[in-house]
Unconditional design. Structure first.
Length: 281
């Protein structure tokens, strides 16, 4: 059984999220947010050496040339020094561009939080990640996409499991040639940027959904009945509430499953780290 996913979202109005970037290593693998002409914020679990990362700004359809794009090589990728892959705490990374982006109507910096977001506030989550996911998956990172989408595979292959994390890096392949696994992921990666609106949940609801796994650096968004969420390949992308970057796509059990909302890095806790890291680099 498959659920529509970003899950439950729809195509964003073109260039309505001008801070959204695609991190590319020959294919889109994670999202990020432009926070100045020279810096992007993403998730630490998306880390790759800067020499491998092309930051793609001003994109809407990532398989079409639209005349709005800026492709800029990363010069630095800096994960939070207290990022812990086993708990996913401090899941935040800064990427410095090798040259400044030209800010225009297609490329704009999103403001950092002036204060932490309140329960019930509606936010926009965006990304080019999976739009379909099966029911019954284990808890998983909104991990980087491993699909080279230019080839438009029908299904994801099982690629790797992370030895340092309790979250599998990829779901098993769904095929007709072998017995169906307990959990499998159907690809539904869109060409165009997808958006979903979701509310901030209370800290109590968040912790009740994931007992013992939520830290003070995490927030939950979504609907406890399921149906709307971020997913694989959306990792590192923005959660924008009232025009400010309040979250980074991080992890969750499956995607859009009932009682398992998406979990996001709480950006308001990192204003000082972001400012000091940018100043030092």
């Amino acid at each position: 059984m498959y659920e529509d996913h970003i899950v439950g979202g729809s195509e964003c109005a073109a260039h309505s999220q001008p801070w959204q970037v695609s991190l590319n290593i020959g294919y889109h693998f994670c999202g990020g947010s432009l926070i100045s002409s020279e810096w992007v914020v993403s998730a630490a679990h998306c880390y790759k050496p800067a020499s491998r990362i092309s930051v793609r700004i001003g994109e809407h359809n990532i398989f079409a040339s639209e005349g709005t794009e800026q492709w800029i090589q990363a010069s630095k990728a800096i994960s939070h020094p207290q990022y812990h892959s086993a708990t996913t705490d401090n899941d935040i990374m800064l990427i410095k561009l090798s040259s400044p982006a030209t800010l225009n109507q297609y490329a704009q910096a999103v403001p950092l939080p002036s204060s932490c977001v309140g329960t019930g506030v509606m936010c926009t989550i965006s990304g080019w990640g999976e739009t379909q996911t099966s029911v019954g998956e284990d808890t998983a990172l909104r991990r980087p996409s491993t699909l080279q989408k230019a080839f438009k595979e029908d299904f994801l292959n099982i690629l790797q499991f992370s030895p340092s994390s309790r979250y599998p890096n990829i779901f098993p392949q769904c095929t007709n040639a072998s017995p169906l696994p307990t959990a499998c992921l159907h690809t539904g990666s869109p060409d165009v940027l997808m958006c979903v609106q979701a509310p901030v949940l209370s800290d109590t609801s968040c912790r009740n959904s994931y007992p013992g796994n939520i830290t003070n650096n995490m927030i939950c968004l979504g609907y406890l009945e399921g149906g709307k969420d971020s997913c694989q390949g959306d990792s590192g992308g923005p959660v924008v509430c009232n025009g400010q970057l309040q979250g980074i796509v991080s992890w969750g059990r499956g995607c859009a499953l009932p009682n398992y909302p998406g979990v996001y890095t709480k950006v308001c806790n990192y204003n000082s780290w972001i400012a000091s890291t940018m100043a030092a680099n």
